[in-house]
Ligand binder design. Structure first.
Ligand code: NAP
Ligand code: MG
Length: 495
């Protein structure tokens, strides 16, 4: 018989040497066309601009398709199609009929979930596990949720006469392409508006596949128009006089430019901009859970998350323990092929974003912070960045002030709850925050004092269509999700 001690040692040796076998999701489920037009008036049309650009797979640096670059005349055409659909049909439709279309879209998204997940991961670089388990199900959930409100608006806003406002121009970023599309389109349609939406330049493919969902759902032509292109297309949409409302998610810089363009025009505007969230860990927090929350807070979606917990505040007495657990956990993160089901951290979305992350990380080293990156073998092609943590960070450092939008965490410390609040609020942003403690009263006290639109307690990066999301200060204004998310798309007159 083998002595027990020996068995244990043998088992441990075997476990530590088990490598993960490749588990790639098949690409075959989704067909990508060589070239796409613009989706205007219910069909794909050639761009009047006659211009296309190439969209790529950032994990392989391989071209995927040729995408239309909509010009001024194309934008005008899309806005006209949306206006015709609005006055001709959509605004007159019974709300319960509107709801049926939204329910259909939600169900078709569920049915075609694998297709969307694979395409999202190929075009954007995010791990299939996330597109499959987070992006796509949440996108469907948003359509289900707002479908439910479409015929209950007068109950949602008692003593008011809720009416749609017309044509909504919507501009979205590349970090959650399909999910941001759902956040924008679902409430707009539920409220009775029509839409012209521009996806981000680097991630147009799931929005273009979504056009096929609209066809399947038999949505009347022109109710949703999808126009692709870069920032110039977005700027044309913003300045088009036929648009009644602009909803934008993206950088604070572009958000400010849009606000300037729209000032005095009477057009409605909501802005969902950047963030530099504080994730605050108190000494009574369950540490292993907190470390999972820290990792999920900053390494989820390669840190391309506006509400990422990019500033970690640790109470001094548990600092050593948290950092050592965190480093241990980071060494188990698997970075690589987004289509592999075991991948935790995928590819950086674009070369430009990789350069931005690289230069901000260099500034952190230069300013005197201590950098840690776990040993990690990166693929040869594609855009990658090793999960990174900075300790010894001063509040004044750029890595503690600026949004990096990558897998980079800055750790700071505090002694008292008041000091945590003061440091956490020391930012031009105010989108989200996290609090880790076992005391319910402390959670409530912190939530009241933190100037952030969303405060998570003992969890992080949790989303639900019923829960409003949005910022303070330079993180923008207006809320998406929940009842609040309907308001920007409605004129609420006194009944
Ligand atoms: P961005 O330029 O603000 O992009 C957001 C969207 O606006 C994209 O569809 C973009 O088109 C479009 N756009 C660009 N210039 C425009 C203009 N003048 N008028 C109207 N629309 C315009 O953001 P980005 O360049 O993709 O990323 C830059 C930084 O923004 C990131 O590093 C990150 O810090 C922040 N960001 C925040 C969020 C968020 O969720 N809050 C999301 C993405 C990025 P293009 O795709 O062609 O640029
Ligand atoms: Mg840009």
């Amino acid at each position: 018989m083998i002595p027990a001690a020996k068995v244990q040692r043998t088992a441990a040796t075997v476990v530590s040497s088990w490598p993960y076998a490749p588990a790639p999701e098949s690409k075959d489920i989704v067909k990508i066309a060589d070239r796409y037009g613009l989706f205007i008036g219910g069909k794909f049309v050639e761009p009047l601009s006659k211009q296309h650009y190439t969209t790529i797979d950032p994990a392989r640096e391989e071209p995927l398709s040729e995408i239309a670059q909509a010009g001024k005349a194309d934008v005008a055409k899309a806005v006209r199609a949306a206006r015709e659909a609005y006055t001709g049909r959509w605004s007159k439709l019974r709300p319960s009929e509107r709801a049926k279309y939204l329910f259909r879209i939600a169900r078709i998204l569920q049915e075609r979930a694998r297709e969307f997940a694979v395409l999202e991961s190929r075009n954007g670089g995010k791990p299939i596990r996330e597109s499959r388990d987070v992006d796509v199900p949440l996108a469907a959930a948003h359509f289900f949720y707002y479908a439910g409100w479409a015929d209950k608006l007068e109950y949602a806003f008692p003593n008011r006469k809720p009416r749609p406002i017309g044509v909504a121009g919507q501009i979205i970023p590349w970090n959650f392409p399909l999910l941001m599309l759902a956040w924008k389109i679902a409430p707009a349609l539920a409220a009775g508006n029509t839409v012209v939406l521009k996806p981000a330049e680097t991630t147009p493919l799931t929005a273009l596949l979504f056009c096929d969902v609209l066809r399947q759902a038999e949505l009347p032509p022109g109710v949703v128009n999808i126009i692709t292109g870069d920032g110039r297309t977005g700027a044309e949409l913003v300045s088009n006089a036929g648009v009644d409302k602009i909803a934008f998610t993206g950088s604070t810089e572009v958000g400010k430019a849009i606000a300037r363009t729209l000032a005095g025009t009477g057009k409605r505007l909501t802005l969902e901009l950047g963030g530099k969230a504080a994730n605050i860990v108190f000494d009574d927090a369950p540490l292993d859970q907190a470390v999972e929350g820290i990792v999920n807070g900053i390494y989820f979606n390669q840190g391309h998350v506006c509400c990422a917990g990019s500033r970690l505040f640790v109470q001094e007495s548990i600092y050593e323990a948290v950092i050592s657990k965190l480093k241990g956990r980071m060494s188990t993160l698997r970075v690589g092929d987004p289509l592999d089901k075991n991948t935790d951290v995928g590819a950086i979305n674009s070369k430009a974003q990789l350069e931005k992350i690289t230069s901000l990380v260099a500034s952190g080293v230069e300013e005197g912070a201590e950098i840690y990156q776990p040993p990690c073998k990166l693929p040869e092609r594609g855009y990658w960045f090793v999960p990174t943590v900075f300790t010894n960070v001063a509040q004044s450092y750029r890595i503690a002030q600026e949004e990096i939008f990558g897998p980079v965490l800055s750790v700071l410390t505090f002694r008292t709850p008041d000091e945590a609040v003061e440091k956490a609020n020391n930012t031009p942003y105010g989108l989200s925050a996290g609090v880790w403690t076992e005391k319910g009263s402390r959670i409530l006290a912190m939530a009241q004092k933190l100037r952030a639109g969303v405060v998570w307690a003992n969890t992080y990066n949790r989303f639900d269509p019923a829960s409003p999301f949005g910022g303070y200060k330079e993180s923008g204004f207006g809320r998406e999700g929940g009842l609040h998310g309907l308001e920007p798309y409605l004129a609420l007159e006194e009944a």
